[in-house]
Design a protein around this ligand. Structure first.
Ligand code: RTP
Ligand code: MG
Length: 140
């Protein structure tokens, strides 16, 4: 398996509780390298665009409101099998179903305020990385 990149977001529930460093340690301790990172306040339009795939879902409006309720940290993670590895480190969407030792099990507040986002495929990772970062901002 070749080196891969994935898009990660530390969500507002986690930045609010000052958990950025603890979450980044989970990535680094599991062999993922943070090759780009910035703390931003998303606009409503940016959050709606990012989650456009979910726009028909009943939770869409609440999700967008949550994602703009405070700063997020957007980041590119790099490593072997990074997309799948990051989703293992994150745990299940609903923290009630997340495995022990995962970020969502240890830190998430609810199915919505679940502390992190991670791309779900290599194809989507490329799209999501380009949504937030210029190539020159990613330093491997
Ligand atoms: P993500 O995209 O954030 O990495 O999470 P995911 O793949 O595990 O979950 P997904 O199905 O893509 O949903 C995106 C985000 O929407 C919120 N959500 N709320 N209220 C609900 O039933 C509900 N379901 C999903 C979560 O913040 C989820 O991460
Ligand atoms: Mg998803």
């Amino acid at each position: 398996m070749a080196t891969e990149r994935t898009l990660s977001i530390i969500k507002p529930d986690a930045t609010r509780r000052n958990l950025t460093g603890k979450i980044n340690a989970r990535f680094e301790d599991n062999g993922l390298r943070i090759v780009a990172q910035k703390r931003v306040q998303l606009t409503k339009a940016q959050a709606e665009g990012f989650y456009a795939v979910h726009k028909e879902r009943p939770f869409f409006n609440d999700l967008v409101s949550f994602m703009i309720s405070g700063p997020v940290v957007v980041q590119v993670l790099e490593g072997e099998n990074a997309v799948v590895k990051n989703r293992e480190i994150m745990g299940a969407t609903n923290p009630a179903n997340a495995a022990d030792g995962t970020i969502r099990k240890d830190f998430a507040e609810s199915i919505e305020a679940n502390s992190v986002h991670g791309s779900d495929s290599a194809e989507n990772a490329a799209i999501e990385i380009a949504y937030f970062f210029a190539q020159t901002e990613i330093v491997g």
